[in-house]
Design a binder for this molecule. Structure first.
Ligand SMILES: [Zn+2]
Length: 129
């Protein structure tokens, strides 16, 4: 069911700019419109400015006014399942807290979680207007 975004996430590791940590992250975000947005992590010499792959893909989709997220596949070069950081869980939940989070080790080895189970008590402001 998620083969295409799992494959896209594995390929998206090439988009990573990670000269400091060498920790390459590639993601593929599937939206409600059926589009796939990929992203890689982008490190900075000033480490706190580093942008996660999940956030970079989500920003592309949001800028395209494609704001309902179905699922995101996350692949890394660590050889293990890597969860999205807390900040990314919060960022993604702004748009779709019921989305699937797919942790990818390889094409045939992945785990699926619901975002709301990974972030049970999210911060939420009421939207105005
Ligand atoms: Zn993150």
């Amino acid at each position: 069911m998620y083969e295409k975004i799992i494959d896209s996430a594995i390929k998206a590791k090439k988009q990573s700019y990670s000269p400091f940590s060498k920790f390459k992250v590639g993601v593929a975000l599937l939206t409600g419109k059926g589009r796939i947005y990929t992203g890689g992590n982008v490190e900075s010499s000033s480490f706190s400015l580093t942008v996660c792959a999940e956030k970079s893909a989500a920003v592309k989709a949001i800028n395209d006014n494609d704001m309902v997220f179905k699922a995101i596949a996350i692949a890394t070069n660590s050889g293990d399942f890597e969860f999205p950081c807390g900040a990314c869980r919060q960022f993604l939940s702004e748009f779709s807290d019921n989305m699937d989070i797919i942790l990818v080790k390889s094409k045939n080895d992945y785990r699926i979680f619901k975002l709301q189970n990974l972030l049970p008590h999210k911060f939420k402001l009421k939207k105005k207007g």
